[in-house]
Design a protein around this ligand. Structure first.
Ligand SMILES: Nc1ncnc2c1ncn2[C@@H]1O[C@H](COP(=O)(O)OP(=O)(O)OP(=O)(O)O)[C@@H](O)[C@H]1O
Length: 607
């Protein structure tokens, strides 16, 4: 049997890389795949059976032949991402009954997704993105444990079948040729990015709504229906169809026209237009949509540049309030406490303007707090460049960071972006260090971050993490004492007094613990669901120390499990329900640093 297994594996590799004298990566009949550790092969350590084949970026140019492979192995992971493989997925893939992960992203696979795919009942992650697959998406709803379905950037067509969207963690079918209504069960679970780039797809969360359903035929028609010929039926329904398509095209053309116009205005520095500036305009651009947004009263918008307090060297930014208001602005996102605008200034500078509304902080207190924060500088804490403060709202100006946030890197990576264990540990260490520094310097003022989360950790031009929005939000002390895996205690309507401030620091530690969990598990923390992640990790971990919680990408990459567990322990200390029992940020930074040192030592010894 061993000989047969070897033969099948060697044949499998020969199909993946058909060149006559190409490298066989140690896959040959004279050695053993498990004992001699063939490249990309992982085995169950006790049973010595092949469990995983991971050949990402191996420059493979052939095709996938799984017919025999699935019969002789109990493969749980097959990963062939980012090669040059062609052909289709053979229908015999369904013989790989215990397969949990199938990653085929970034190849030239084509043809239809086999109808036998749903027979892979144990599948958890399926990634066929960035290929040339066409035809319909098979109905995968019967794979109950499916967590990921990535099929973006293919040529798939037809309607989106029903998935169990409440169970899926990741779902992306953007940039295909899908059409029709997005299933209502997907709404609320996945956003625009999961569906965009399918011109004929419509309904929430896309901006183009579906054409209204054709009106029911009048009763007389219904009566006649049974009597009329199928030819008449055909004509009636094609009429409705054509009407529907015409409507979709009309809406689509209108949206494209609006987008084009807006882009033209931006490109030609259309700063004089009232439509997209931050000041007197009533409209902001939201990814192609226009939303009525601005609230500043005309009395306020009449204020001059002196209303804007500029911290950074004003000459460097030449920042004037009026300029800021008049410049083209794009709504980047709406957070829990306000909105964030990307503002393109005349000199080519791009700023991020955070608008917080209805903050019940007295103006003078807010100014004092801003000044105190400005005195403390750390290279990994994004400084406030300027701020504006009125009774109704506050505007905070930061430099715009084009490399996105930690949230994006973890959950919406751009094509080819890899966030490996070493980088995650590095980010954790830097952020912990920066927060420890800020906590120490601002302890006596009681100013903690107050709203720490992965969207507030941004990557600068050197891809170094920077903590943003330090000190804008504060925490109500009373609720923190009883806080148990809850975000609800984070409020923006009070400045911390020094007495309150101390527990605000512990809330930061808690939030940092959640960020660590996010990086370790790869799971998303949505507002209000922070408790779920904490509870889930606790439940898995309390049963036994298990690697089940870790992001599969980390396991696949072969990240050191012991050090991942160590970091998980730090995270669990941070999210201790009792604030007093949580370590200080300084202690957290030390613990992470020593894990990082161990990691570096072990890498050094491997070299
Ligand atoms: N200076 C910046 N440069 C680039 N992107 C930024 C900047 N500041 C924030 N962002 C991004 O803009 C988006 C909206 O930010 P915003 O702060 O309004 O919302 P949030 O962080 O999700 O929630 P909250 O209101 O609780 O802070 C987020 O994705 C965030 O990562």
């Amino acid at each position: 049997q061993e000989e047969q297994l070897k033969r099948v594996l060697v044949q499998f590799m020969a199909k993946l890389l058909p060149e006559e004298r190409g490298p066989n990566f140690g896959w040959n009949l004279t050695s053993d795949p498990c004992k001699d550790r063939w490249s990309g092969v992982s085995c169950d350590s006790t049973l010595l059976v092949v469990k995983k084949i991971v050949l990402d970026q191996f420059n493979l140019t052939g095709f996938l032949d799984v017919a025999s492979l699935c019969n002789v192995t109990a493969l749980s992971i097959l990963s062939l991402n980012n090669n040059h493989l062609g052909g289709g997925i053979p229908s015999e893939i369904s013989n790989c009954r215990v397969l949990t992960h199938l990653y085929l992203s970034g190849n030239h696979f084509s043809g239809i997704l086999p109808l036998s795919l749903p027979q892979l009942g144990n599948l958890k992650r399926l990634d066929v993105s960035y290929n040339d697959f066409s035809g319909q998406i098979p109905d995968l709803s019967r794979i109950l444990g499916l967590l990921t379905f990535f099929a973006q950037n293919n040529q798939l067509s037809g309607r989106i079948p029903n998935f169990d969207f409440s169970n899926l963690v990741y779902f992306n079918v953007s940039n295909n040729n899908l059409s029709g209504l997005i299933p209502s069960t997907a709404v609320g679970h996945f956003g625009l990015d999961s569906f965009s780039g399918n011109p004929q797809l419509c309904g929430d969360p896309l901006p183009n709504q579906c054409p209204p359903p054709p009106p029911p035929p009048p009763p007389s028609l219904l009566d006649k229906k049974s009597k009329t010929t199928s030819k008449t039926d055909y004509l009636i329904y094609s009429g409705y169809g054509i009407l529907g398509i015409a409507l979709v095209l009309l809406v689509f053309t209108f949206i494209m026209y609006k987008r084009k116009k807006a882009a033209e205005r931006e490109n030609t520095g259309g700063t004089k237009s009232n439509e997209t500036n931050i000041g007197s305009s009533m409209e902001f651009k939201t990814g192609g949509r226009y939303a009525s947004e601005y609230s500043m009263t005309s009395r306020e918008s009449g204020k001059n540049s002196s209303s804007l307090v500029v911290f950074a060297n004003p000459a460097e930014y030449e920042l004037k309030f009026d300029d800021l208001l008049k410049s083209p602005a794009e709504l980047v996102g709406r957070g829990k406490y306000g909105s964030l605008f990307k503002v393109m200034l005349d000199g080519g500078l791009t700023m991020a303007v955070k608008r917080i509304r209805n903050v019940g902080i007295p103006r003078e207190d807010f100014k004092k707090q801003m000044k105190k924060i400005d005195r403390v500088k750390h290279p990994n804490v994004l400084p406030v460049v300027a701020y504006y403060c009125s009774q109704q709202e506050k505007l905070l100006v930061y430099e715009f960071q084009h490399n996105g946030s930690l949230f994006k890197l973890l959950h919406e990576p751009r094509n080819g972006q890899v966030f490996d264990w070493g980088s995650r540990l590095g980010v954790a260490a830097i952020v912990a260090q920066a927060l420890a520094f800020m906590h120490e310097k601002l302890r006596n003022n009681g100013i903690a971050h107050g709203n720490l989360k992965s969207t507030n950790i941004l990557f600068n031009n050197d891809m170094e993490p920077c903590v943003s929005e330090y000190g804008l939000m504060v925490v109500e002390n009373d609720q923190d004492q009883s806080m148990e895996f809850s975000t609800d205690s984070i409020r923006s309507n009070h400045l911390p007094t020094t007495a309150r401030g101390y527990s605000a620091f512990k809330v930061d530690v808690y939030s940092f613990g959640v960020i660590l969990l996010e990086m370790l598990t790869g799971k998303m923390v949505q507002d209000g669901a922070l408790n779920d992640l904490g509870r889930w990790v606790h439940s898995v971990v309390s049963e036994e120390w298990t690697v089940e919680v870790f992001d599969k990408a980390l396991l696949l990459e072969g990240a050191n499990e012991e050090r991942m567990v160590n970091l998980l322990q730090v995270a669990l200390k941070c999210i201790n329900p009792s604030p007093e029992a949580r370590p200080s940020m300084g202690q957290v930074a030390e613990m992470i640093n020593s894990i990082k040192e161990e990691e570096e030592k072990s890498l050094g010894s491997e070299l």
